[in-house]
Write a protein that binds this ligand. Structure first.
Ligand code: SF4
Length: 508
């Protein structure tokens, strides 16, 4: 894979044949993966809906990652509304940045505020002014320019302007081409961000040139690199998640560097001094690790996500195999499983037999279902933002899942509401920020992730069980909501098949 000569990353519909419209069972999805579902009859690629209620935008998801970077100013080259999501990021990101560096700035973001007149005259003047202002006012190490649909549609020559400004600013300038209209698969944002990072941030650190060889310092340096792994964190991880994964990898003798979220520019340079890139989530990272392998020959691991006991066992073992540390890993896994099993017992008594529906990113929901099965719960439905090949290994940890319904939909709350009404789960575990309609169904809801909570590793299993136990026992607020508010869709919709508006993929 090498797309770095291109101006921007390709859309995931093209590169991965990812899908955003499907309704069926997990067995259907698994069979399509086995049969090479991304081509030929029954192809899910480019499947669509006759009616669509809401969809994701890669610009907003790109900002969710870019806003985590330290020593950077973010310029949104777009109308002001495109960046509204950044308001949500400000508080949390400042806190999480300061957990890594107490002196870190919060999120600094500017908008070029493009309007109707700029659509006619062009947005180039505003972009130049914003970049020079950011450099003068904030003195950042990096200025990141993310562009929305408007400058792409009116043809602003962003790369030429930024190349020209690069010579005039103390900060280095990183263009991120993430216009929303380019893709229906929101996860293209990960590639758009990594594309910019790979082109501007990732380069061999200078300091290694100064180490004389052969000498003891050089040997020590090589030893350190041979024990170091980059763990590619995701924006939905908490600091507790990172500390748990660090604890587990330290226990088998490895050091850990976390990138890209909350990293600063030089962290990407030193990330080349590692022996293995370890993905938390293939959907998030494949573009980055493939390019690092191609360009710098650093091997990578893209497999499962360490959420749930079996997934965590597998994630640790796969990493350990690369270093020949299987024995250490097996000892650790045995001990952790024993401790975890004992600690889950009280929660199993409350939660066993309860049914659950999970909604959110494909990798996270399937992995989190493993925790529920571990607690004796019954998984009765999924709604995944999208679907691609990285879902495959995550199914391995689940049992009796073939008949479970899965809806592939980025947002589309009307489909989820129909499914919840039909399946009547005892609890919903869902992506944060869009559960207002679901709450009106009167069911308890546990967020699928959260910046203050631990979901990953063995301690994550315990924490999910503990919090699930609390929300299932007390969800008075949602009960009252269902009694005193109405669902926003007509009764007739609830009589219809939830997948009515998905076009038959075979006919695509
Ligand atoms: S789709 Fe385009 S116009 Fe809409 S928020 Fe995304 S970048 Fe802005």
């Amino acid at each position: 894979m090498n797309y770095l000569n291109a101006k921007s990353a390709p859309a995931r519909e093209d590169r991965l044949k990812a899908n955003i419209a499907f309704g069926g069972t997990c067995a259907d999805i698994k069979n399509r993966i086995k049969e090479g579902c991304f081509s030929g009859k029954g192809c899910l690629n480019l499947a669509d809906r006759r009616f669509t209620q809401t969809q994701g935008c890669q610009f907003t998801l790109s900002l969710a990652i870019l806003n985590t970077l330290r020593n950077a100013v973010i310029i949104m080259h777009a109308p002001i509304g495109c960046g509204a999501c950044s308001i949500n990021n400000v508080g949390v990101n400042q806190t999480l940045k300061r957990l890594r560096d107490p002196l870190a700035e919060g999120v600094i973001w500017l908008s070029t505020n493009l309007d109707e007149a700029d659509v006619i005259t062009g947005g180039e003047r505003k972009l130049r002014e914003a970049v020079l202002f950011a450099d003068r006012e904030f003195r950042p190490e990096t200025i990141i320019v993310a562009n929305g649909c408007v400058p792409a549609l009116i043809g602003d020559d962003i790369d030429s302007i930024l190349a020209d400004l690069d010579a005039q600013t103390a900060a280095s300038i990183v263009p991120i081409h993430c216009e929303g209209f380019k893709t229906k698969v929101m996860a293209t944002a990960y590639d758009a961000v990594y594309h910019g990072i790979l082109k501007k941030y990732v380069k061999k650190p200078d300091r290694r040139e100064y180490i004389a060889e052969p000498d003891i310092e050089k040997i020590k340096e090589q030893y350190r690199i041979s024990r170091n792994v980059n763990v590619l964190n995701v924006g939905s991880m908490s600091r507790q998640d990172e500390l748990e994964l660090q604890r587990l990898l330290n226990a088998i003798g490895l050091n850990v560097t976390f990138i890209p979220c909350y990293a600063e520019p030089e962290d990407f340079e030193y990330s080349l001094e590692s022996s293995l890139n370890v993905s938390i989530c293939g959907t998030h990272d494949d573009y980055f690790v493939e390019h690092l392998k191609e360009k710098y020959n650093i091997p990578f691991l893209v497999d499962t996500i360490p959420i749930g006991r079996k997934n965590t066992d597998r994630w640790i073992l796969k990493i350990a195999e690369h270093f020949g540390f299987e024995e250490e890993a097996r000892r650790l896994i045995e001990l952790e499983n024993k401790l975890l099993d004992e600690s889950l017992e009280p929660f199993r008594r409350t939660l066993s037999g309860k049914s659950a529906f999970l909604a959110g990113g494909e990798v996270r929901i399937i992995a989190t279902a493993e925790i529920l099965q571990d607690l004796g719960m019954k998984v009765i439905g999924f709604k995944a933002h999208h679907f691609d090949q990285f879902i495959e290994p995550i199914f391995d940890a689940l049992e009796n899942i073939d008949d479970v319904l899965i809806d592939v939909a980025t947002n589309q709350p009307f489909e989820q509401s129909n499914l919840l009404n039909r399946l009547k789960p005892d609890v919903l575990i869902a992506h944060v920020g869009g559960n207002n309609i679901a709450a009106k169904h009167g069911i308890p809801i546990l967020p699928l992730f959260g910046p203050s909570y631990n979901y990953m590793g063995y301690s994550g299993v315990y924490e999910v069980a503990r919090r699930l136990n609390m929300v299932v026992r007390n969800y008075q607020f949602n009960k009252k909501l269902s009694q005193y508010t109405r669902l926003p869709f007509k009764k007739e919709w609830y009589q219809k098949d939830p997948f009515t508006y998905i076009k038959n993929p075979d006919a695509v």
